[in-house]
Ligand binder design. Structure first.
Ligand code: PAF
Length: 307
């Protein structure tokens, strides 16, 4: 199967390695030419929970790749629109496009540009940290869940399910992917910004009562928004769930903390920022999420001045 992964971040690199070791024809599309060349030359290495050395084809030019059976989007959410608009010849009417990104808003962008019949959304509980371009540490195993963003049956999109399972990534499908995306969004709204501001590992957030309280407030606001939107969460108690994710991923640095440590733009607009936007349109107060969003934006905008 011809598959292109867009975005050589932690999950993109991990996925490319898993797929390549099962002899799929894998391309990794990167927006940076130099980095693409480097990864293509040195190959991909996975360390940690899984050990893989794999060769994948890399490029920054979509026209080099040609028509694909599937395209998996692993770029940061703020790059979704630009990345998909540049795919050109990769995506024809029969190409499936799967987003495995954090936050909300990505599926809408893809549906608008590609058309909802070809778009699938997914969330993954696999965790990984980039060590350097092409080298990734696999830090957590978990299931991946994919589904259509419409009520239509999965149909030929089943090939993606097979592809991921055969590659060693346990994957199942759901009829209500929106519920899973929101369930993950609420967890991210409680952990990511607070860990990035405090620079604490996920587990350590529970050791500080003030951080724990902030987390509870951010999550309660987000859960209120979800409830008003009649979104069914896949857990009963959002606060308990977030705290259990902190424990389970105790040694992990959240993706937003990793971004801040590398002085990179974060996905705040698609996580806490998205809760604020949704809250405003529903007249629900999201003060804590707004404060967290403003603090992260201040950190992003002052990277130059930081020591
Ligand atoms: O974005 C992340 O880092 C992860 O989704 C999570 C669940 C917060 C664990 O680190």
């Amino acid at each position: 199967m011809k598959v292109t992964i867009i975005g050589p971040g932690a999950i993109g690199t991990l996925l490319a390695a898993f797929l390549a070791r099962k002899n799929n024809e894998v391309w990794l599309l990167d927006k940076y030419t130099e980095r693409a060349l480097k990864i293509g030359k040195g190959g991909i290495r996975v360390e940690g929970l899984t050990k893989i050395n794999a060769k994948v084809k890399t490029t920054s030019e979509a026209k080099e790749i040609g028509h694909q059976d599937a395209v998996i989007l692993c770029v940061k959410s703020y790059d979704t629109e630009e990345a998909i608009k540049k795919t050109g010849a990769l995506v024809k009417e029969d190409t499936l496009v799967l987003t495995l990104q954090n936050g909300i808003g990505n599926t809408q962008i893809l549906n608008d540009i590609i058309g909802e019949d070809q778009v699938l959304a997914g969330i993954t509980s696999q965790a990984a940290t980039i060590i350097r371009p092409g080298v990734v540490r696999h830090t957590g195993k978990g299931e991946t869940v994919i589904g259509r963003t419409t009520k239509k049956p999965l149909g030929r999109a089943r090939v993606l399910l097979e592809l991921l399972n055969k590659a060693g990534m346990p994957t199942r499908t759901t009829k209500d992917i929106n519920s899973l995306i929101w369930s993950k969004l609420i967890i991210n709204s409680g952990i990511n910004a607070i860990s990035a501001i405090t620079r604490l590992k996920n587990g350590a957030l529970l050791d500080y009562p003030a951080a724990r309280e902030l987390m509870r407030q951010a999550v309660s606001e987000a859960a209120r928004v979800a409830k008003r939107k009649r979104i069914r969460l896949n857990y009963d108690d959002p606060i308990q769930k977030v705290e259990s994710v902190c424990k389970a991923s105790g040694e992990n640095l959240s993706s937003m903390l990793q971004d801040v440590l590398r002085k990179k733009k974060t996905e705040i607009d698609f996580i806490n920022g998205a809760i604020v936007r949704q809250g405003k349109s529903l007249n629900i107060a999201t003060t804590v999420n707004e404060t967290l969003t403003n603090l992260i934006k201040t950190i992003e905008n002052s990277y130059q001045q930081q020591q």
